[in-house]
Design a protein around this ligand. Structure first.
Ligand SMILES: [Zn+2]
Length: 351
């Protein structure tokens, strides 16, 4: 299959087919180049967009998006499935954590972007215009970044409209994770401003964000979790027949997450065993130095429990960060070298 340059999904041919292509734009600080894919089915159906690589050292999502594109066939798909394989390609090619090295900005908070803005802002604008606009459904695949370990979870933003919120929860429930983060309005510590899925939601799509994998590694069980969850989501959305293909078994990572949640109650989630989290409280380093964690992703903690220790450059103990609330360790810093402001852990507070 040729990798032909094209402008984007808004310039797609209406006929059925499967293609890989570049979405390209010029920018003063360097070209914007996004490897993308499109499967247009023979029968009509919704537009479902799958985005990976907003954080470019999050490899399980990138591998999962590529695997799904290979697995799916034009004859099986109804409507249109749009793929962004690697949203932040400058970051991927330089193995950058969190940011686009061209301007040092985090693409995850940059949506809907700015056509005339910095490289990251123009990149976000391009993805918004070419991919997100016109999508009925959008899933943004993430993992822990290069120095983050996490237990798989899915993120939604319910807004008080019962019908739409139910559909958001159903989409999120397609992913076999142990936890569902649904931050309450004005919840401390984390918000979804500028994220793809929140931006898609504001423009009318049903959307969620999924987290599986991390530490700069390619965890194949997490790849499979993301693949199986997305196949379930495509069936739920009507892009695949209800019978295609059966999800046979849930990956061990997901099972661990469900087991560690300690509850099979739904708590508002539509997925049995998926426990709802109301807040993600991140704990940050105050000093530069070396961090040794005392907790693992997926472990439950009580308020005041030590999360690890930070030593200065000479080995003096300078910090013992504590859990701010009861909850589960959704993510923990797996890279020892920390700076003031480095997230050492993220505690999910149960709803
Ligand atoms: Zn991410």
């Amino acid at each position: 299959m040729a990798n032909n340059p094209r402008r984007g999904f808004s310039h797609k041919e209406p006929s059925a087919g499967k293609s890989r292509f570049w979405i390209r734009r010029n920018h003063a600080d360097g070209p914007i180049e996004i490897p993308a894919g499109l499967i247009t089915g023979e029968e009509p159906g919704p537009v479902f967009s799958l985005i990976a690589g907003v954080h470019s050292a999050e490899y399980a999502p990138i591998a999962a998006a590529q695997e799904l594109f290979r697995r799916l066939d034009t004859k099986e798909v109804k409507g249109q499935v749009r793929f962004v394989f690697i949203a932040n390609l400058p970051g991927y090619r330089t193995r950058s954590m969190f940011v686009n090295p061209t301007d040092g900005k985090n693409l995850n908070g940059a949506f809907p972007g700015d056509e005339k803005g910095s490289h990251t802002e123009a990149l976000a604008w391009t993805i918004f215009e070419e991919v997100i606009k016109g999508s009925h459904y959008l899933v943004d695949l993430h993992s822990g970044d290069m120095i983050e370990d996490l237990v798989p979870f899915v993120i939604v933003k319910t807004e008080g409209d019962p019908k739409q919120d139910q559909r958001r929860l159903e989409l999120a429930g397609c992913y076999p994770t142990g936890y569902l983060l649904n931050p309450k309005p004005n919840a401390a510590g984390w918000n979804s401003d500028g994220a793809t899925f929140a931006c898609a939601q504001a423009s009318g799509a049903i959307s969620c964000m999924v987290e599986a994998g991390g530490k700069g590694q390619l965890d194949l069980e997490c790849v499979e979790l993301l693949v199986q969850g997305t196949l379930a989501a495509l069936r739920w959305a009507g892009n695949l027949d209800a019978g295609f293909p059966p999800v046979d078994g849930i990956s061990r990572a997901a099972m661990d997450g469900a087991r560690q949640s300690g509850s099979l109650d739904a708590h508002g989630s539509t997925r049995p065993g998926q426990r709802e989290i109301a807040e993600l409280r991140k704990v940050f380093a105050d000093n530069p130095g070396l961090f040794i964690p005392m907790v693992k992703a997926g472990q439950t903690v009580r308020a005041g429990d030590p999360l690890g220790t930070v030593y200065d450059f000479f080995g003096n103990l300078v910090e013992t960060p504590l859990a701010p609330k009861d909850g589960v360790v959704l993510l923990v810093c797996s890279g020892p070298a920390v700076e003031p402001g480095t997230a050492l852990a993220g505690i999910g507070v149960f709803a």
